[in-house]
Design a binder for this molecule. Sequence first.
Ligand code: GUN
Length: 299
Amino acid sequence: MNQRGKFRMARIIDGKIIANDILTEIKQAVDRCTRPPHVVFIRVAEDPASVIYVNRKQKVAHEVGIRSTALAFPADVTSTELLKAIDKLNRDPEVDGILVQAPLPTEAMQRAAFLALDPQKDVDGFHPYNVGLLAQEDGRGFVPCTPAGILELIRSTGQDFTGRHAVILGRSSIVGKPMGMLLMQRKPWGNATVTFCHSKTRNIVHYTRGADLLVVAIGQPHFVTADMVKPGATVIDVGINRVPDPQRSKGYRVVGDVDFEHVQEVVDFITPVPGGVGPMTIAMLMKNTLLAYQRHAGC
Ligand code: GUN
């Protein structure tokens, strides 16, 4: 029995199915292009997660007919060398999109790299120009892929969050902040009342329990428990955490920031990990790459 005294389970929002539908449409559009759209991935140092993410993005790019190139720089690359490489890609007419996989060895290098990107090729939407366009609700920029993908997941539920309370756990530039900006927009799918919570927020439970929509991007396995959520809420789990699991051949399993097993008994909609937000991030990257190509080359 759950907290409402009934047996019930949330509807699971299947990111794999929604992402595959989007990728099918992208592939059809790519087939009509006069040349394949081309995205270049830049990776610095051997961050194991970044290696996996870039490999995954390249695999999906290949599946939809998008050309991709991965450039890997050593950990001791200088900012000057990195910016020179970015400048070359900015000027290359055969390159439509550039993605600098975060994190870079230093915050300063990461800032410099994002700033050096041609905003028209910034398919991740991290250049301050694109961040500014999003803040101004100007649709001509690129929207960061994870929040854009989450918005599609939320829209797939058919719910209207106008005037309702959306709570975002996490204030990163990659997920939290752009997510809040999207949910606040004066659009049919926006108009939410947004609260940001972060590591310094006092009494987080007070906010999470009042959330009609809860987006969790905090990086702590099973941080959100069943007693922290409002019955009937929608919960989006952005977390990707490895926890030890001797029963698995790899010795670990991947879990989100939400205690899925118990939270699903309380809420109406929830995303799984894996298979929720992750596939959508990649699908949105392909969408942004196609968009960048269409803006450059036309097709
Ligand atoms: N690191 C973690 N997530 C992302 C992402 O969506 N884009 C980039 N460039 N780096 C990341």
